[in-house]
Design a protein around this ligand. Structure first.
Ligand SMILES: C[S@@+](CC[C@H](N)C(=O)[O-])C[C@H]1O[C@@H](n2cnc3c(N)ncnc32)[C@H](O)[C@@H]1O
Length: 388
């Protein structure tokens, strides 16, 4: 058959990966159960799951979108709080920059999607969340790997967020989520319903009409256009993780495509939205992120959920471990060292204290943050300077 396929330089070139060179080091365990949160490159984990014949029922991924941006986790330090720029630390979480062009982005995703296809159970399905930058390419990759016949939906998640207008064109206010089955004939599906508000009240003699504070509505099967608000302002759910998605979005997906006790996996888990919702809906889960800060946020978020249980593991290269080199790449943290003490104009010594603290403590607790706050006087706004 004459099937069009996407081609780019280096397509199909696989990363050499010898699992014997890696250790999955347990860091913490909370409660019984098999849920696992991994800190490390998901490629290693995917290969490990495949070789150990581990299967999952549902995969949702929200990978980088080739946005050419850096993403941060924001935390307030000192009394100034969120409203004062000097009181906010931005911890670098991940870079979505592809120096070698889109081909290198596609290679990254292609290799991982092929593993995901293999670890999905026959009744399983995958949701791949992207946006206009890469959606056309990703659709073709998914058709190739999962088969066009297993395509189920192109979901449009649209939202209303602020921002500057486009110089030319309409405001870009939607993401695309591709939904594919491992095998469409065997895939699990539980139809979900949503409220549909009525513009007029005529012509609905045989359906039940309900009413809430927003008006009259009927229940209809969820459409492939998801009208779910993005996280905004000081919503309690918001964790200041730049690319955090709303729980309501994941709730709809997880309820539609999995049953309680099924295994839900997110290999680009960020702040852990998928895992938190899976936990609340009594699914089992596997999460992975290569960033220390997203894992920190995610761990803390999961600990806040009743009955949550999981093990946290670090994926490390054995050689690095032997040589005592098991350290995150903290080079970005040294950016903070360039902050100057407002009074002396010198590098701020407390910032250096903070940096060394982070280097020693992969997963710090809230109480330790209080300790830091008392150390961060130099970052408080200098009233005299402000007046001048
Ligand atoms: C768009 S964010 C996910 C946000 C998440 N859906 C949430 O609600 O918070 C993408 C995440 O993928 C992670 N990531 C990128 N490449 C990765 C890799 N090779 N292995 C594991 N995680 C990776 C980044 O650190 C980042 O946290």
């Amino acid at each position: 058959m004459n099937k069009p396929q996407l081609v780019w330089l280096d397509k199909g070139k696989e990363t050499f990966l010898d699992l014997n060179q890696y250790d999955f080091v347990p860091v913490e365990k909370y409660g019984p159960g098999d849920n696992k949160l991994y800190l490390g490159d998901n490629l290693v984990l995917l290969k490990y799951l495949l070789e150990n014949k581990q299967k999952v029922d549902l995969i949702y991924i929200d990978p980088p979108f080739a946005t050419n941006s850096r993403f941060f986790l924001k935390r307030s330090i000192g009394e100034a709080g969120y409203n004062h720029k000097k009181g906010v630390f931005k911890f670098p979480c991940y870079e979505d920059i592809w120096q070698e062009g889109l081909g290198s982005y596609l290679s990254m995703l292609y290799e991982r999607l092929k593993y995901m296809h293999q670890i999905l159970r026959e009744s399983g399905s995958i949701y791949v969340h992207v946006d206009f930058r890469v959606s056309a390419y990703v659709r073709l990759l998914l058709d190739e790997i999962f088969g066009e016949e297993n395509f189920i939906n192109e979901i449009i998640w649209f939202y209303k967020t602020g921002g500057v207008p486009e110089k030319i064109g309409f405001s870009k206010k939607h993401d695309t989520i591709f939904f594919y089955a491992r095998d469409k004939k065997k895939t699990y599906w539980s139809p979900q319903k949503e409220k549909s508000y009525l513009k007029h009240k005529y012509g609905f003699s045989n359906i039940s009409i309900e009413e809430d504070e927003q008006g009259k509505y009927t229940w209809v099967y969820c459409r492939d256009v998801f009208d779910i608000p993005a996280l905004r302002g000081n919503q309690p759910e918001r964790l200041e993780y730049a690319t955090q998605k709303p729980e309501e979005l994941l709730k709809r997906i997880i309820l539609a495509s999995s049953k309680p006790k099924d295994v839900v996996a997110d290999f680009f888990c960020g702040s852990g939205t998928t895992l938190a919702v899976a936990q609340k809906l009594e699914r089992k889960w596997i999460g992975c992120d290569c960033g220390k800060w997203p894992i920190h946020v995610c761990r803390k978020r999961l600990l806040g959920i009743e009955k949550s249980n999981f093990s946290l593991l670090k994926i490390v290269k054995k050689q690095e471990k032997k040589a005592g080199l098991v350290k995150e790449n903290n080079s970005k943290i040294t950016d903070f060292c360039s902050k100057k003490d407002q009074k002396t104009g010198q590098n701020c010594p407390q910032v250096l204290t903070l940096v060394s603290f982070f280097e020693k403590n992969d997963f710090f607790l809230e109480e330790k943050k209080i300790f830091l706050q008392t150390k961060m006087d130099c970052l408080k706004p200098d009233k005299k300077l402000k007046k001048a």
